[in-house]
Design a protein around this ligand. Structure first.
Ligand SMILES: Cc1ncc(COP(=O)(O)O)c(C=O)c1O
Length: 384
């Protein structure tokens, strides 16, 4: 029997106008760092209501750059959430620092501010929160605690471009906010990422790190009498640049960002309405003053039936519905276990992960496929 084609859990939306913008760059003089990179950066900064945006070759590169800009290094402890993609904490390790995992608030999947405050000590340098599934974390409270304890507040908002917190777009609040432009995210550049900040010092360090630690601005050279051709490497950096080809796609996608988010919201609203009668599933909750970007639509099986999560997962997949689990708590990966992190470190995150399933949500998910997903979930609910 022919297997049904799978409805993906997330998908990019690329139209002819996006393609035309990319082709224009391919016919121009600049393939890498040209005018489109600058334009994309300006668009992102304006959208978030912040002074600076620096784009990178991926969200992972953007994370490492932000950690570098914050001065994170050996001996530092960085508090973060285990309920995230590994890159959030991997890049802490890449800077030679130690990720300290703190438990989540089970009602949102976001890091719990009370747990965070308890773990701050003399070695703590920074906090990295994740806006899980697109719902902003408690940004004002985290900012207040960070300010009180002199910590750099970093927000991994890879899921949440376009979300808002008390009327401000994410990107407007933390010391540095990271976005990813991977195809399943709010907008895409293929691969790509960005850091948003209001601080010139961070901005300059981000730019330095992106391009080999090399400076071309004569005023900033250590050398006192440089020749005309001279440029200076002042620190170790990488080639983490985004090309103008990708940035052109980013500029085009930014024009549609609000429409994409509105589409996601509409699907989430329908799911919530139609699935509210399910007996065995917990639906994502709304939080007053916060608007999610609906990167993921997260269902959780009620605690009593948690052991049936894999059964539900397989049932959905067999119907051609692409589902995912977000996430195995990072410290349960073998690499982190080898580093000495132990099971039960964050029991709520582990419990959340064992009961979680993300169902498809993306702007072009058809009404028909939404109906199939709803109908299938209702059928499964009756079997549990
Ligand atoms: C929370 C989070 N952080 C970081 C990343 C890494 O982004 P990228 O894939 O653009 O490197 C992702 C990507 O899935 C993510 O979901």
């Amino acid at each position: 029997m022919k297997k049904p084609s799978i409805i993906p859990y997330g998908h990019q939306t690329i139209r002819n106008d996006d393609i035309a913008e990319v082709v224009k760059v391919l016919k121009s003089n600049y393939l890498t760092q040209g005018p489109k990179v600058k334009e994309f950066e300006q668009n992102l900064a304006d959208y978030c209501g912040r002074k600076y945006a620096v784009v990178f070759s991926s969200g992972t590169a953007a994370l490492e750059a932000a950690y570098y800009a914050a001065g994170i290094g050996a001996g530092d402890e960085i508090i973060t959430t285990p309920l995230t993609f590994a890159a959030t904490s991997n890049m802490i390790l890449a800077r030679g620092a130690k990720p300290v995992f703190v438990d989540i608030d089970s009602s949102t999947g976001n890091l719990d501010p009370k747990e965070f405050e308890k773990k701050i000590n003399k070695k703590t340098k920074s906090l990295v929160v994740v806006d899980y599934a697109g719902m902003p974390a408690d940004l004002n409270l985290f900012k207040e605690i960070c300010n009180k304890n002199n910590l750099v507040f970093i927000e991994d908002s890879s899921h949440a471009l376009g979300a808002s917190f008390e009327g401000k777009k994410v990107g407007a609040i933390a010391d540095m906010t990271i976005f990813s432009f991977h195809p399943v995210k709010s907008i895409t550049t293929g691969e790509g990422g960005a850091v948003i900040t209001g601080k010139k010092d961070y901005y300059e360090r981000l730019v330095l790190f992106r391009s080999h630690g090399i400076i071309k601005d004569k005023k900033k050279f250590f050398s006192k009498s440089p020749a005309e051709w001279y440029h200076e490497m002042q620190d170790i950096g990488f080639n983490f640049r985004l090309s103008d080809i990708c940035a052109a796609l980013g500029v085009s996608q930014m024009r549609k960002l609000d429409k994409f988010i509105a589409k996601r919201k509409l699907i989430a609203k329908r799911y919530k309405k139609e699935l509210s009668g399910l007996k065995n599933f917990i639906l994502p909750k709304d939080i007053s003053g916060r608007e999610s970007s609906w990167h993921l639509f997260v269902l959780r099986i009620i605690p009593l039936k948690k052991h049936l999560r894999n059964f539900v997962f397989t049932k959905l997949q067999n119907k051609g519905i692409g589902v995912q689990v977000h996430y195995l708590p990072v410290y349960l990966h073998p690499y982190y276990q080898m580093l000495g992190y132990k099971k039960n470190l964050c029991p709520k995150a582990e419990f959340f992960a064992e009961s979680e399933i993300s169902i498809p949500i993306f702007p072009t998910l058809s009404f028909r496929n939404q109906s199939l997903i709803i109908k299938t979930l209702k059928e499964i609910d009756k079997m549990l």
